[in-house]
Design a protein around this ligand. Structure first.
Ligand code: ADP
Ligand code: MG
Length: 682
């Protein structure tokens, strides 16, 4: 089969298969199974062994048994609610086959009079007789029944038998795929080819064998294909030629002399990486990644400044008004010789009009703001750089659109404080170049992390009182009991009411139902120290500096993942003061929970914490990446198959360096990543 036919077959609709009508295909669509390829990855979870047959006298009641019998009498009462019966026997006894809702004709066909048939099903016993109700596994060909039958996680309305038949058909017709030309890779997986591996994985004896080479080689294809797609996006963006941004490095030094700290080694390193991109004639598409408080903002501002000095405008966007304003305020302080302005959804009409006009006429060098800076009405005269802060939830598609938006001369810099495990970097951010800040600024005070049992509330309140008397502020995070917003809401409201009585006029509340405008107002008040305790359920936006807040209390802390706790902890400890993070627990901790907690107490390295978090909870849950359209693998597992992710990364780098692009790569991408984004590429 040619490659074209291969993927045409694999991507064809299920309706083309025997036994799949519109009804079945619609049921499968509900489970996001649209074509043959999708179905291949629904592997059996278990099997029922129907291979050993018993005589009637030895049947075990209540268990699934296989037996060979001869029907000797029909009983079709033709009365509503009374079942049809077929009486059968072998040389040791009798058994009744009971049929509800089956037609006589059908019954006579599957259980013909005086012919030997093999039946399998659950054995019942009623009025002193063995019986079997609505048996589905019946055949005159014993070999069909006497086998191990796979159990898949079934879609409602599709029986095990039908499902098995569909899979069987597909496996019989399964085409070959072009194999790896690289003998080393083939050798690594015992020279097992693609379709052989799939067929094996559907065999009962290989169920759950994730370490088998069948499983591993298919996982590898899957990982590689997602890297290939990313790599293609990256290459495509880099092909865009832009005019070089020429600026004088001494200008950057002038700004640095105005701030009262020295850049860390990693800040310098990442700034150089960005500057090199700006100066090149290839479009930049880069992520600046660094833990909370690692000092990304100054790096971004210096890059923005350089771009302005090279004669271009910059758009600097943050997800919330407050965060955008903090960046704007900092820029006002240190970037005195250029023109900057601010635009958000709340900007008044007159002001907004003025800003939009000034942008068009190139009278603004850097525009700070929220999503508003990307409205179609905002037309930059000469946009050279887009900076986006704290948007780790942008998926690949959104990022790609963003990079198209600014036009050809526009570089793109994204920033994120969400540390992710090393293994997942290519999966989540493979479409971008990466700059990572690992080093924290010197003299940064570490947040002290404590754990407390919930019944020690008195101690905690005493502590809070002391801090408030010192004019400090406190975040109080309430438990996420369920995914249900209603329950969260109640628990936060209750805590708010409780604390308000103890600390009158000092407490405010944020929860899932607070509108985003209201939220901004409350956060602004907190920032201005108008109240001292902020009770919240919703995770407060990353990135905002609350220099006066130095305590965070997290209730029912075991409901959060480690990465989440780490991020929450990062909300405090930005100012001069000693800060603390108090993790509250309902009851004494299990050994496992203690271990988790220790990691958090031992390290402030977000990368390490995310690594441990992934091992404990799986990769899909890490900080809600699942919702961001992140690639979810069908087989591959970043913890289990860590080595394969590394191998695939090496392969991609080799392939990029040597400009290799085989037909196999294209087929892989087309099959495994049926995303919209591919329409552009393949
Ligand atoms: P993030 O990476 O989380 O965005 P910020 O850029 O907000 O971090 O920086 C956090 C704080 O650290 C700010 O108050 C900033 O002024 C300060 N800071 C940044 N770089 C340094 C440095 N090299 N030395 C000391 N303080 C720094
Ligand atoms: Mg930040």
């Amino acid at each position: 089969m040619t490659n074209n036919n291969t993927y045409n077959f694999l991507l064809s609709e299920l309706k083309n298969l025997k036994g799949v009508g519109t009804k079945t295909s619609n049921l499968l669509k509900k489970k996001k199974i649209y074509n043959i390829f999708d179905l291949l990855w629904k592997l059996p979870r278990n099997y029922t062994d129907r291979s050993v047959s018993s005589k009637i006298k030895d049947l075990k009641i209540g268990e699934i048994q296989t037996l060979t019998v001869v029907p000797f009498k029909y009983n079709f009462p033709r009365v509503r609610n009374l079942p049809n019966k077929v009486f059968c026997r072998d040389d040791t006894g009798q058994i009744d086959c009971i049929f509800f809702n089956s037609f006589e004709g059908y019954i006579k066909k599957i259980l013909p009079m005086n012919k030997e048939v093999t039946i399998s099903g659950k054995i019942g016993f009623f009025r002193n007789k063995h019986q079997i109700t609505n048996p589905k596994y019946i055949s005159e060909d014993a070999a069909i029944i006497k086998d191990k039958h796979n159990k898949y996680s079934l879609t409602e309305g599709i029986s095990e038998k039908v499902y098995n038949n569909i899979i069987k058909q597909i496996l019989q017709k399964l085409p070959y795929l072009d194999e790896w030309h690289d003998k080393n890779i083939m050798k690594k997986f015992d020279y097992i080819n693609w379709n052989q591996a799939i067929i094996e994985l559907h065999k009962p004896e290989n169920i759950g064998n994730y370490q088998s080479n069948f499983y591993r080689r298919l996982s590898y294809d899957e990982i590689l294909s997602s890297y290939l797609v990313h790599s293609d996006i990256r290459k495509k963006i880099k092909k865009i030629k832009k005019s070089r941004k020429i600026f004088n490095p001494s200008e950057q030094k002038k700004i640095l002399s105005k701030i009262d700290f020295e850049l860390t080694g990693d800040q310098k390193k990442t700034l150089n990486e960005i500057n090199d991109d700006l100066k090149s004639n290839q479009k930049m598409f880069r992520l600046l990644q660094g833990d909370v408080g690692s000092g990304k903002t100054i790096v971004a501002l210096l890059s923005a400044y350089n771009v302005v000095k090279a004669g271009f405008q910059v758009a600097f966007m943050a997800p919330t008004e407050i965060l955008a304003r903090q960046h704007f305020d900092l820029a006002k302080k240190i970037l005195k010789d250029i023109k900057i302005d601010f635009l958000s959804g709340k900007s008044e009409y007159k002001n907004r009009k003025k800003v939009i006009n000034n942008i068009k006429e190139n009278k603004i060098d850097i525009l700070f703001g929220t999503h508003s800076v990307f409205q179609s009405k905002v037309i930059f005269k000469n946009l050279g750089l887009i900076i986006i802060d704290e948007q780790h939830k942008f998926g690949v598609n959104q990022r790609k659109k963003l990079s198209d938006k600014g036009g050809k001369n526009c570089d793109v810099l994204l920033m994120s404080a969400t540390p992710i495990p090393r293994t997942l970097t290519m999966t989540i951010y493979g479409d971008m170049d990466l700059s990572i800040i690992k080093e924290k600024p010197k003299f940064r005070k570490e947040v002290k992390t404590y754990s407390k049992l919930e019944n020690k509330m008195e101690d905690i309140l005493k502590f809070v009182k002391k801090e408030i008397n010192k004019n400090n502020q406190v975040f109080w995070v309430c438990p996420l009991i369920e995914e249900s917003k209603k329950i969260d809401h109640t628990s936060a409201v209750k805590k708010f009411e409780y604390l308000r009585k103890i600390f009158p006029n000092k407490v405010a509340l944020l929860h899932g139902k607070t509108s985003s405008e209201e939220k901004e107002v409350i956060l602004k008040k907190f920032l201005d120290n108008k109240f001292q305790i902020l009770v919240s359920t919703t995770v407060i936006e990353v990135g905002i500096d609350f220099p006066n807040a130095n305590v965070i209390i997290i209730e029912n802390a075991n409901k959060f993942g480690l990465s989440q706790l780490h991020q929450l902890r990062g909300r405090v400890g930005r100012g001069e003061k000693e800060s603390s993070c108090i993790l509250m627990f309902k009851s004494s901790l299990t050994d496992n929970a203690k271990k988790r907690l220790q990691i958090l107490k031992d390290t402030t390295d977000g990368f390490r914490i995310s690594e441990e978090d992934m091992k404990l909870r799986g990769y899909g849950d890490i900080l809600g990446f699942k919702q961001s359209g992140m690639k979810i693998f069908k087989l591959a597992d970043p913890v289990l198959n860590n080595d394969l992710f590394e191998l695939a990364e090496k392969e991609i780098k080799y392939m990029e360096k040597n400009n290799i692009n085989t037909l196999r790569y294209k087929v892989l991408m087309k099959l495994y990543d049926q995303a919209d984004i591919l329409n552009d590429i393949v």
